[in-house]
Ligand binder design. Structure first.
Ligand code: ADP
Ligand code: MG
Length: 465
């Protein structure tokens, strides 16, 4: 899919050539925006959000660079062509509504069509249709100042949409509204984007609006410093090579992967965002996810609430993981918890029970990691587990045996597989280990220590891939 908006190396300078008053507002901005995409430009006051939006709207001339909208270069258009473009191809919504106080509500809505020289009959008809759609028709003949803020903003939205533009631009459109009207405006935007397929660019400096969009573009000091895809929404921007690799990579051992690769997008890891005080740093998201896992490990969350919390968006207190990953991580956690509970009790078992339990644990491990071994290798793995659980050997010896060739008395696994097996074992041991402050074997409500009526250990179903 080709971008509908292509901004290439754009610079905007205010008061150019006026010495000390000269002010670079945008510096080397390059970004593609795709049809039907909902993008948020986010950043602190003065970072250039409005300037960038005005560039897309054709309201601001650039000092250098190109601005292509639907294949046309705005920087080469004449003033009248720009005015036409602005009236027909984009709809612009302002924070301060920008309504004309001496015109009635319906006349304000009709303005773009009046400029087009449409007949009174024509513009009245379309303006009333818009007024009805946004539930302001009963106020059609009033002046804007007789309306509430929320109603005035709906007049602004109606005016922006009267010529049915493909692109809608909104500059802090909810900045002057109470929370009920904020939600109402955001719902209108969701409908415009999802039901009508409009490309939408929203400018904001309030972090609570970030969850609304497909993609968030972070600005600082006139530059794009990062962008983040909202995993709960549609992906329209083509994936980069790095993102493709991540999507297809083997995820049999998810813990490190979740924390290191898949969950925290590479772009979010960059130092720039961490420095960016107004945003929500990625570290905070990882911390949130870890906090949820911790609550599950302590038994504060039950398995259902845990998966539900993982599934919830970051801005509603969840982990911000997408559904599939949330389910996957949830299943792994439950799986590892069960294994850990058994490991914790293993020393209290009789010799015979230990043999049984280790057989089941080892089969579980093979299933979970999707490994198949012959009988000799299985026997070796069971002995390895037994020695490791009894702490007779450490993780490195486990890895060495897993890694060593069959001839040398090892399991003959490929190095990467050996590392995964070792990590799985160590993770289960780690989870089974006691947490500081956890005294004695049984702590009320503590899921890892709930050894009382523990059901017999069965072969667990492997977590879904
Ligand atoms: P934002 O919308 O993110 O608050 P703006 O795009 O309005 O930021 O402004 C970016 C920078 O350009 C700011 O430093 C601002 O003071 C400056 N600026 C904006 N408009 C003008 C203007 N018309 N003349 C001079 N400087 C301007
Ligand atoms: Mg602004």
């Amino acid at each position: 899919m080709d971008p509908i908006i292509k901004i290439e190396n754009v610079n905007v300078v205010y008061n150019a050539g006026e010495g000390a008053k000269e002010m670079g507002a945008l510096s080397d901005i390059t970004i593609d925006i795709y049809p039907k995409e909902y993008v948020v430009f986010f950043g602190p006051s003065g970072c250039g959000k409005s300037t960038l939006l005005n560039v897309v709207a054709g309201l601001e001339r650039v000092a250098s660079g190109r601005v292509l909208v639907a294949g046309r270069d705005l920087t080469t258009l004449k003033d009248e062509e720009i005015a036409m473009y602005h009236r027909h191809e984009v709809g612009f919504i302002f924070q301060a509504y920008n309504l004309i106080g001496t015109l009635s509500v319906v006349e304000n809505i009709a303005l773009p069509q009046m400029f087009d020289g449409k007949s009174r009959r024509e513009w009245l008809k379309s303006a009333y249709t818009m007024a009805e759609r946004f539930e302001i028709s009963e106020h059609a003949k009033k002046l804007p100042q007789e309306l509430s803020g929320g109603q005035q903003q709906r007049v602004g939205i109606a005016r922006a949409l009267i010529n049915n533009p493909a692109i809608v631009l909104a500059d802090e459109p909810t900045g002057n509204l109470d929370s009920k009207n904020v939600r109402r405006v955001l719902d209108i935007f969701q409908d415009l984007n999802l039901k009508e397929g409009k490309t939408l660019i929203l400018v904001t400096h309030s972090p609570e609006m970030l969850g609304e969009a497909d993609r968030i573009v972070y600005l600082k000091d006139g530059k794009i410093i990062d962008e983040v895809q909202n995993k709960e929404r549609k992906l329209l921007k083509p994936k980069t090579e790095e993102e493709k690799k991540l999507a297809s990579s083997d995820s049999a051992f998810p813990w490190k992967r979740f924390l290191r690769d898949a969950y925290v997008p590479a772009s979010v890891k960059s130092e720039k965002l961490a420095e960016f005080v107004l945003g929500v740093p990625s570290e905070e998201k990882v911390a949130r996810m870890e906090g949820l896992i911790e609550k599950r490990l302590q038994g504060i969350l039950n398995s259902q609430d845990f998966v539900a919390a993982l599934d919830r968006s970051y801005y509603r207190g969840g982990s911000g993981l997408d559904k599939r990953r949330a389910k996957h991580l949830g299943e792994y956690t439950e799986h590892v918890l069960k294994v850990a509970r058994v490991i914790r009790r293993i020393s209290s078992f009789s010799e015979e029970e230990q043999v049984n339990v280790i057989t089941i644990l080892s089969d579980n491990l093979l299933q979970t990691l999707r490994l198949s071994l012959n009988e000799d290798q299985k026997e070796l793995l069971r002995n390895l587990l037994k020695d490791r659980f009894a702490n007779r050997i450490g993780p490195n010896e486990v890895k060495k045996v897993l890694d060593a060739s069959l001839k040398k008395g090892g399991l003959g696994l490929r190095r990467q597989t050996a590392v995964r097996v070792m990590e799985y074992i160590e993770l289960a041991i780690l989870i089974a280990s006691k947490t500081p402050g956890e005294n004695g074997e049984v702590k009320k409500n503590t899921s890892i220590a709930s050894s009382k009526a523990e059901p017999p250990l069965l072969l667990l179903p492997p977590p879904s891939p």
